[in-house]
Write a protein that binds this ligand. Structure first.
Ligand code: BGC
Length: 808
């Protein structure tokens, strides 16, 4: 152990207390041994350092910082150099604001477009998500701050995220849900990682030895620390034994007491504790040294410009009929839509950044060579119809040659803590659009939305620019693209389906009972649409440019990779994302048609040609074989497909790859759904075949436990608890209707009882929680008794512990 000397001097009370946070954001210092405290802050696309009251839901104000585009946006750039540059800026700001660990990036897989946090995640594809995440990590860590990829793992649903068991087969787990993290760890060299709230196959992610030890540390060689998501710890001792280092936020001293009891009873060994302390010391000491002589400020202007550049490189041009874009100089335009005045540029929850500056289209448009006929908000943000606003917009539209319509998802549609229930934008925006279409045929739409939306109205537009959630400098970036100052080069990092019913896990998502069954297996996003021929609106990897690129001269070099020539065949400079997909037509295991295995973004001057190389790597031909329990290669003639999107393959070649084993994992007869990709209604027998075990029972029965969520008080025996449930449900509904999600209520609604002991800074401990659960289960007297006794015992024990911590 590196810090043996210090560890030898630490008491067990100090060690146990050190493995849990102090306050909302810090680790505990032990001054007598020279152990400093470090500061963690969100987040993924801007620093959310709370100097005053802290919370993990983005409720209280934080220090001003640059709000960069969210991950869902930046992933559309397919540009890892850009990701690294943004990471560097994030790292610099974190350092200047006194943050040592930046809690991001988030890289959970977009299993369903409904996940409330999709705006914070990169992609439906693990390779793209991993490459982008690794680039952030490299950038952030180059500034002496550690990044914290999150939420490890399989946290693709917000509903009851703290009380949900993701049931997923090992191959899907490895290939879809873990590969991104693997890349972030191996290539990004992430030094911290955040364990997710949920259980994975029956064990909380934070206690999951298979995830934290076998895979993360042993297979991937992770040598940093695991930090729990805020309140994600269930049994701290089991977490520590499994490889989790730091319980956050401050759980009081209850967790530390549990840890000591676990050592005393032999449930875990003191060596486990020492190992975790040693790893945590390594991080704390290094970060403390890194922060010596730090600068206390950052260049706000320069970072705002970086945010703008990232946004411009990440916006996706979906449609451009009659080359209506770029707008001609002096074009007579009407600016319509509330988003042009009050932009929607980030999502709600823990990633909420307090911007240093905010651009709006309405303020900036006069800087461009356009004739602005007028500006009108057009619709109400909360979804209500407003005839007067609509009329004003329609009058204006009729006077202009072109209408620029700014619209998309409202703030209440996408947030941490809740999933969407549909994929529509508010009806009042659609109604206005339909009427705009009657008065002016030249509609150009600019969409703000952090996740895929249904676009049955897309034919109203001649052009559509999808800006996702483009950060504080997004308005200028959008105008730069509309006017041709920037040539768009973003490509979708997720499929835009025609409708929700077409999505692969439509019938399985979100889970409502204890388990979330990942029955669709590996068929996530384009892997499903392509396999089944399900039509989609815009395919994965799609995006238009104002120029045209020609692909030619594909060469495949055995064992090494491919090369091709790409030419910018138009008269405007521009950038292109070249995508390499790999498929095996005569596979004996089931597979998607093809999978993304490499990509490169290049910039070419008008008329320029360049040779592009994309290397093969350890992931190009591998699949996870559940019988050998290893990554293997299947022998066969693989198709290498080079495309401008997943649906626009321009060049194709073949390569023979030797297999690594004859042992094949699946029996086609027993798994028809998976071999055909028709996974919309997988029968139990086939899912069990995939899982290799019996499907765990997810139905409620019996009494509620500490790990059941508040919203499950629906099942409570106690009338009082059911009343609380009704009250909470009513509060949640009211918040929904108000148009602004109430994150506090949502959090409480979805949190398990045990979280009271984990998130109240020591005021409540597990004994008291057990008392509360007894009350809920109808044993009011013994429950109240346990609570009261527990309260006094907890206070007494806390005081005693605090005394033990004060050592000279
Ligand atoms: C979120 C994390 C975040 C943490 C701290 C949690 O609710 O899931 O992503 O980093 O809060 O704010």
């Amino acid at each position: 152990m590196k810090y043996q000397e210090i560890i030898d001097k630490m008491t067990i009370e100090e060690k146990a207390a050190f493995l849990a946070g102090k306050g909302e954001w810090q680790t505990r210092e032990i001054s007598r041994l020279g152990i400093p405290s470090i500061f963690c802050s969100d987040g993924p696309h801007g620093v959310r350092k709370q100097a005053g009251a802290g919370d993990h839901l983005g409720l209280n104000e934080s220090l001003p910082a640059t709000c960069f585009p969210t991950a869902a946006t930046v992933a559309n750039s397919w540009d890892t150099e850009l990701g690294e540059m943004m990471g560097e800026a994030l790292g610099e700001e974190a350092m200047a604001l006194g943050v040592n660990v930046l809690l991001g990036p988030g890289l959970n897989i977009k299993r369903s477009p409904l996940c409330g946090r999709n705006f914070e995640y990169f992609s439906e594809d693990p390779y793209l998500a991993g490459k982008m995440a690794a680039s952030y990590v490299r950038g952030i860590q180059s500034k002496g701050v550690y990044a914290c990829p999150k939420h490890f793992a399989v946290n693709s649903q917000e509903l009851r995220r703290m009380a949900m068991n993701a049931v997923v087969d090992e191959r899907t787990l490895r290939e879809i849900y873990l590969t991104g993290f693997e890349i972030a760890v191996k290539e990004g060299k992430a030094k911290t990682i955040m364990s997710a709230y949920n259980e994975v196959n029956g064990t909380y992610a934070n206690e999951n030895r298979h995830l934290l030890k076998d895979i993360l540390r042993d297979e991937w060689g992770f040598d940093g620390i695991v930090i729990t998501d805020w309140g994600a710890s269930n049994d701290h001792a089991l977490g520590v034994a499994a490889g989790s280092n730091l319980e956050m936020p401050n759980p009081g001293l209850g967790s530390a007491r549990e840890l000591i009891e676990a050592v005393n009873s032999g449930k875990i060994s003191e060596t486990d504790v020492d190992d975790r302390v040693d790893e945590l010391l390594g991080v704390v000491m290094t970060l403390h040294v890194n922060a010596q002589n730090k600068k206390d400020s950052f260049d706000r202007k320069a970072h705002h410009e970086i945010a703008g550049m990232v946004s411009a490189q990440s916006s996706v041009l979906l449609k451009n009929e009659n080359t209506i874009l770029p707008l001609k100089k002096g074009a007579r335009v009407a600016v319509i839509g509330d988003f042009a005045f009050t932009p929607r540029y980030q999502g709600a929850g823990s990633s909420l950044v307090n911007v240093t500056k905010l651009e709006t289209v309405s303020e900036l448009i006069s800087n461009y060579d356009l004739q602005v006929v007028g500006e009108s908000r057009g619709y109400k943000r909360n979804g209500e119809e407003d005839a007067a606003m609509k009329k004003e917009a329609l009058d204006l539209a009729s006077k202009a040659d072109i209408v620029l319509y700014f619209f998309g998802l409202n703030e209440d549609s996408e947030s941490e803590g809740m999933d969407r229930t549909h994929m529509r934008i508010p009806q009042n925006q659609i109604t206005l659009l339909q009427e705009l279409g009657q008065v002016n045929p030249n509609l150009v739409g600019v969409i703000s939305a952090g996740s895929a939306i249904e676009m049955p109205w897309h034919h109203y537009f001649k052009a559509l620019l999808h800006c996702y959630l483009n950060g504080q400098a997004g308005a200028g970036a959008a105008l730069d693209i509309l006017t041709g100052k920037v040539n768009p080069s973003g490509k979708l990092s997720e499929t835009i389906p025609r409708r929700l019913e077409d999505t692969p896990c439509f019938r399985y998502y979100p889970s409502r009972e204890r388990t979330s069954e990942y029955r669709e297996g590996i068929y996530v996003g384009y892997r499903y649409y392509e396999k089944t021929g399900m039509p989609m609106l815009y395919p994965f990897g799609f995006g238009l440019s104002y120029t045209k690129f020609l692909y030619s001269n594909l060469k495949i070099v055995d064992g090494k990779g491919i090369s091709l020539t790409v030419k910018n065949d138009g008269n405007i400079d521009g950038a292109e994302v070249i995508q390499m997909y790999v498929g095996l037509p005569n596979t004996k295991i089931f597979r998607p048609e093809k999978e993304l295995k490499g990509f490169k973004k290049i910039f070419l001057k008008a008329g320029e040609s360049r040779s592009v190389e994309i290397d093969f790597d350890d992931k190009t031909f591998r699949y996870f074989n559940v019988r050998t329990n290893k990554w293997e290669k299947e022998e066969g003639d693989y198709e290498i497909k080079i495309g401008a999107s997943s649906a626009d393959i321009r060049l194709q070649g073949m390569i023979h790859v030797k297999g690594t084993t004859d042992i094949l994992p699946y029996c086609e007869e027993k798994m028809k759904s998976y071999f055909t990709g028709k996974i919309e209604n997988v029968p139990d027998t086939e899912f069990e075949e995939l899982l290799g075990r019996v499907i765990p029972d997810g139905k409620w029965s019996g009494l509620l436990t500490e790990n059941d969520a508040f919203c499950q008080m629906y099942y409570a025996k106690s009338g009082l608890a059911r009343l609380v449930y009704k009250k909470l449900t009513a509060m949640e509904k009211k918040a929904d209707e108000s148009g602004k999600p109430d994150l506090n209520t949502l959090f409480i609604y979805n949190m398990p009882f045990r979280a009271m002991a984990k998130m109240t800074g020591g005021a409540v401990d597990m004994e008291m929680v057990k008392g509360i659960v007894k009350i809920v289960n109808g044993h009011a007297f013994s429950g109240i008794g346990q609570m009261i006794c527990g309260y006094f015992r907890n206070m007494y024990r806390n005081k005693k512990y605090e005394k033990a911590l004060i050592k000279e």
